[in-house]
Design a protein around this ligand. Structure first.
Ligand SMILES: *[C@@H]1O[C@H](CO)[C@@H](O)[C@H](O)[C@H]1NC(C)=O
Ligand SMILES: *[C@@H]1O[C@H](CO)[C@@H](O)[C@H](O)[C@H]1NC(C)=O
Ligand SMILES: *[C@@H]1O[C@H](CO)[C@@H](O)[C@H](O)[C@H]1NC(C)=O
Ligand SMILES: *[C@@H]1O[C@H](CO)[C@@H](O)[C@H](O)[C@H]1NC(C)=O
Ligand SMILES: *[C@@H]1O[C@H](CO)[C@@H](O)[C@H](O)[C@H]1NC(C)=O
Ligand SMILES: *[C@@H]1O[C@H](CO)[C@@H](O)[C@H](O)[C@H]1NC(C)=O
Ligand SMILES: *[C@@H]1O[C@H](CO)[C@@H](O)[C@H](O)[C@H]1NC(C)=O
Ligand SMILES: *[C@@H]1O[C@H](CO)[C@@H](O)[C@H](O)[C@H]1NC(C)=O
Ligand SMILES: *[C@@H]1O[C@H](CO)[C@@H](O)[C@H](O)[C@H]1NC(C)=O
Ligand SMILES: *[C@@H]1O[C@H](CO)[C@@H](O)[C@H](O)[C@H]1NC(C)=O
Length: 593
């Protein structure tokens, strides 16, 4: 079956404009979204000068509506000149959706994206109104940055039958690892490294399963963390001072329970729609731009410690590689926005979970760093650095396990991770030219299933900037960018699986290959018609084991874009072969990695 796409025609200000739809390839949360049992608008809000001024309202579940599944539909329109912005959606102190915006055009763009919210059912079903906060920090400054982001959030409800295993069984408790600031009408993000990233939580004594879900993304000097250099190299090209950021291109997001490491995430490298080359991401945004990925750590093996009725600390930390420390772990720059939540399922038949034989095997990560500086000896005898090549690799394993006894039966519960990472870069032209070949991959197994999950994130990226060092983004400039990258995952999505939304594993392959040559006159957020060229291809293919009839078993989308237009767009309820990411073609003068 083929899914048809009808370009939306939105009416505003009395005139009809065909707004450009800017898409992200992703599987819809359900086969049919058009016939909900009921629906409601949660909010509609224009984000203009909105720094520190989030939308704050209340969410109440629908009355007189029998439903099991809740799906949120976020839609946004924007026109004018504007940066890409990050946005976060909160139910009270719990972050439920981290998204980012596409960059608008003068004639306007729109998009909508749907997300299954049923894992938060316990919060969403609360009869007391739940505070809902949507923060989208934007700036309108008169003439230069003019684009509002006008956002509407709808909730769609479906009365699905969950017929696998125990049926629909959302977590009974969800605790926030956040600043817990919703009572003062602000979001509860930790901004690391300044904030503590720490909360004290008391879990129920009869908890039988606990999973921590973590959201983390880098901003400012940390947005392109994967292109950063070890701190001792930031002055390699004094001709281009301030262009290179430090703390290495390696990042680890850590979860600590009572100061002990419980799990880590080596994050997916997000490229936002203003990232590297703003011309590369319209009308198809980068992988995961509309729904930034979370990472889950199964903390069930820690229940022996956590079910004693006392409070325990949960801490989120972000670290980088540091050549000067013994274990290679060091600080990161400003800033990382992080938050987490602890999803807890309880054993109603028991008052106290019995756990024994706690074991933790955690090795320090192993790093290897090989730098090569290319230098040129000038006629007067001084040297100039002409290129900087380096390869940084890392690997790490950890396993935490214990034995849980309930109803006279004991089961071994364990969480283990194996991760590896390689980042090879070569910079020339005072680092205005940068090439990157990165691959991070890993495997993890949990206590909820016997399925081992795996992921691979290869990314090849080349960018060549021509800018005046001063005012690089507000003086005329250009950038040539080539990117070919994939996200490949296979295994158990823990929270949907434990909730009953998924009955088994899922497999996802997506790849983007984009070449963009972008020019700007006075602000990097606006390209120059006629000069800008872009070619891109996106593949997306997934297969899944849904816990409901209307779940999506297989889905694919293939799209080709050229110069702000979609040339080919095919999607359907089947999988496709996604060709692997390849080394970038050699362009003139391009440094090889
Ligand atoms: C917080 O937001 C709610 C919902 O908009 C509003 O009713 C309340 O007055 C706000 N409180 C403060 C202190 O601004
Ligand atoms: C999402 O909301 C937008 C704007 O209201 C609407 O055009 C679109 O049809 C909605 N999508 C779904 C699946 O309901
Ligand atoms: C967004 O909202 C603002 C203010 O509410 C309005 O002036 C503008 O026309 C809207 N823009 C779009 C593209 O709908
Ligand atoms: C957690 O509890 C400890 C011990 O009572 C206390 O020192 C610490 O400040 C608390 N941390 C937070 C973030 O509340
Ligand atoms: C060359 O790069 C090294 C390493 O960053 C730096 O210490 C040195 O000062 C640079 N040399 C010049 C001449 O810029
Ligand atoms: C040596 O030559 C280089 C390259 O021409 C120049 O940038 C530098 O300023 C010169 N240094 C001295 C001390 O003359
Ligand atoms: C940018 O500058 C070029 C060359 O001067 C000009 O042709 C073009 O119209 C300008 N574009 C914008 C968007 O200002
Ligand atoms: C990636 O895209 C570029 C530009 O469209 C194209 O030249 C190149 O062949 C593509 N690479 C692969 C491996 O398909
Ligand atoms: C930088 O990249 C551009 C675009 O590929 C190329 O034309 C130029 O020669 C490169 N410069 C250096 C110093 O490698
Ligand atoms: C880095 O790029 C420069 C310029 O193309 C090249 O001379 C050098 O060999 C490259 N370094 C490595 C290790 O590939």
């Amino acid at each position: 079956m083929k899914v048809s796409h009808i370009g939306a025609l939105l009416l505003f200000a009395g005139r009809a404009h065909a707004l450009l739809e800017v898409i992200q390839a992703a599987a819809p949360p359900r086969l049919d979204l058009s016939t909900p049992t009921c629906k409601q608008q949660v909010f509609t809000h224009g984000f203009g000068n909105s720094y520190g001024a989030p939308y704050v309202g209340y969410y109440t579940p629908p009355h007189d509506c029998a439903y099991t599944t809740t799906i949120f539909n976020l839609s946004v329109v924007s026109s004018g000149r504007q940066y890409d912005r990050l946005a976060t959606l909160w139910l009270g102190d719990v972050e439920v959706w981290r998204t980012s915006t596409a960059m608008p055009t003068q004639t306007g763009i729109h998009w909508s994206f749907q997300k299954d919210m049923t894992i938060w059912d316990t919060i969403l079903r609360s009869q007391d109104p739940t505070k809902i906060i949507f923060e989208l920090n934007n700036v309108i400054d008169g003439d230069r940055y003019t684009g509002f982001f006008n956002a509407t959030l709808e909730a769609l409800y479906f009365d699905d039958v969950y017929d696998h295993g125990a049926g629909l069984h959302p977590a009974e408790h969800i605790y926030a690892i956040s600043t817990q600031s919703s009572s003062s009408n602000t979001t509860s993000l930790f901004s690391l490294p300044e904030d503590s990233g720490t909360v004290n939580l008391t879990l129920p004594r009869n908890a039988k399963t606990a999973v921590v879900s973590i959201m983390a993304s880098g901003n400012a000097a940390e947005e392109f963390w994967f292109t950063n250099v070890p701190t001792e190299y930031i002055n390699t090209f004094p001709e281009n001072e301030g262009w290179l950021y430090g703390y290495s291109p390696f990042r680890e997001v850590q979860l600590l329970i009572d100061d002990q490491l419980a799990g880590v995430s080596w994050p997916f490298p997000i490229l936002f729609t203003g990232g590297v080359d703003p011309g590369a991401w319209r009308p198809i945004v980068g992988i995961d731009a509309y729904e930034l990925p979370s990472f889950e750590v199964d903390v069930t093996p820690w229940l022996g410690l956590l079910t004693d009725g006392e409070s325990h600390t949960f801490e989120l930390r972000v670290v980088g590689w540091d050549s000067s420390t013994e274990d290679g772990i060091g600080p990161v720059g400003d800033n990382w926005w992080v938050s987490g939540s602890v999803f807890v399922w309880v054993d109603e038949a028991s008052e106290q979970t019995v756990v024994g034989d706690f074991q933790s095997e955690i090795s320090s990560p192993v790093f290897d760093f090989q730098p090569t500086l290319g230098t040129h000896v000038n006629e007067n005898g001084t040297a100039t650095n002409t290129s900087f090549y380096y390869a940084l690799t890392a690997s790490r394993s950890l396993t935490v396990s214990s034995m849980i006894t309930s109803g006279g039966e004991s089961r071994l519960v364990s969480w283990s991770q194996d991760l590896s990472y390689s980042n090879i870069q070569n910079m020339t032209d005072f680092a205005f030219n940068q090439s990157l070949a990165m691959i991070s991959s890993g495997r993890h197994s949990n206590s909820a299933s016997d399925i081992v999950s795996s992921y691979t994130y290869p990314m090849n990226l080349f960018s060549a900037y021509k800018v005046q060092s001063e005012g690089a983004t507000t003086n005329p400039g250009s950038v040539l960018c080539l990117v070919d990258r994939s996200k490949l995952t296979d295994g158990i999505a823990l929270l949907p699986f434990l909730t009953g939304i998924l009955a088994g594993p899922e497999t996802l392959s997506t790849r983007q290959n984009v070449t963009s040559n972008y020019h700007w006159n006075s602000t990097i957020v606006e390209g120059t018609a006629g000069l800008d060229t872009m070619d891109g291809e996106t593949w997306f293919s997934s297969s899944s084991s849904p816990g409901i009839d209307q779940g999506v078993r297989r889905y694919h989308r293939y799209a080709r874009e050229k110069n702000d237009a979609i040339e080919v767009d095919e999607e359907g309820w089947s999988t496709i072969q996604v060709p692997p990411t390849e080394p970038l073609p050699v362009v003139e003068g391009e440094p090889h990695v």
